[in-house]
Design a binder for this molecule. Structure first.
Ligand code: ATP
Length: 251
């Protein structure tokens, strides 16, 4: 469907259309539409813009990815449908590996997501089919299967649009988890090491810009950024920012 750019909800409608097309093309599972709907509701509550706390978390996340020995970006259908170019840019800037990891797993969908990313220049997409041969303990969903060369041995994992189980399991494994989640109350948001409460469509471009900028800085200043960050306090700031925004509607 062609959406007019003058429509007041152009961006939201464009995003929905991308996801619907991705369901038709077999990249997103139908359940991905419901997950997106949950995210959209929270996006309304934050005013559909990047909050200062999210910008801060994105900066720290970029620093953490740049400092990592083996950073991995975990990609599901929604992420591949909404921000494929930005995922490829981020992976080449850091540089980081990309691994497909799906809740509603099917080999066909994994291959389709991998080919979207390969068309954008990612040579090796991890986690497809039998390559995801390692199991993370403590997860009951198919997301437990990971690539031994990817999340299986990574120290920092970016998990946009995640489920809480895997975030907790990776944390228990000693890995740093960076989450992007519009819901500051989700288990994922609460359990991640660094939570960016923002729409993935806004957060990924910020992550790419920050990574390119911070890459030029010395490693000690990046370490300081990560050391000084407190995710719990930052999430409290997010809640305060949401309350302040909602207060404007309470005239
Ligand atoms: P948890 O297990 O962490 O409590 P959940 O059960 O809510 O999370 P899902 O049902 O998989 O997890 O929901 C998907 C999550 O992804 C939601 O928290 C939603 O806010 C978030 N989300 C969906 N679309 C976007 C988006 N475009 N950008 C950022 N976050 C999103």
């Amino acid at each position: 469907m062609k959406i007019s750019q003058s429509h007041p909800r152009f961006e939201s409608l464009r995003t929905r259309e991308l996801l619907v097309q991705a369901v038709i093309n077999g990249i997103v599972a139908p359940q991905g539409l419901l997950a997106h709907g949950r995210g959209e509701a929270f996006d309304y509550l934050i005013g559909e813009k990047t909050l200062p706390s999210a910008r801060k978390a994105a900066k720290v996340a970029a620093a953490s990815l740049l400092l990592a020995d083996h950073p991995v970006i975990s990609v599901n259908g929604n992420a591949a449908a909404l921000v494929p170019n930005e995922l490829a840019h981020l992976a080449s800037t850091i540089p980081a590996d990309i691994e497909v990891n799906l809740f509603h797993r099917s080999l066909e969908r994994e291959k389709k997501i991998a080919s979207v990313l390969k068309r954008l220049g990612i040579k090796n997409v991890l986690g497809v089919g039998a390559e995801a041969s390692t199991r993370i303990l403590g997860i009951s969903s198919p997301r437990r299967n990971v690539d031994p060369d990817g999340q299986g041995r990574s120290d920092v994992v970016l998990v946009p649009l995640e489920d809480g189980d895997r975030t907790l399991a990776l944390r228990k494994n000693g890995q740093t988890v960076i989450a992007i989640d519009l819901n500051p109350l989700s288990r994922t948001a609460q359990q991640a090491s660094i939570t960016i409460v923002d729409n993935i469509t806004r957060a990924l471009p910020i992550l790419v810009t920050e990574s390119r900028r911070l890459k030029r800085q010395d490693r000690e200043s990046l370490r300081r950024l990560v050391r000084d960050f407190d995710n719990r306090k930052n999430l409290e700031s997010t809640i305060r920012e949401i309350i302040a925004y909602l207060g404007k509607w309470n005239r």
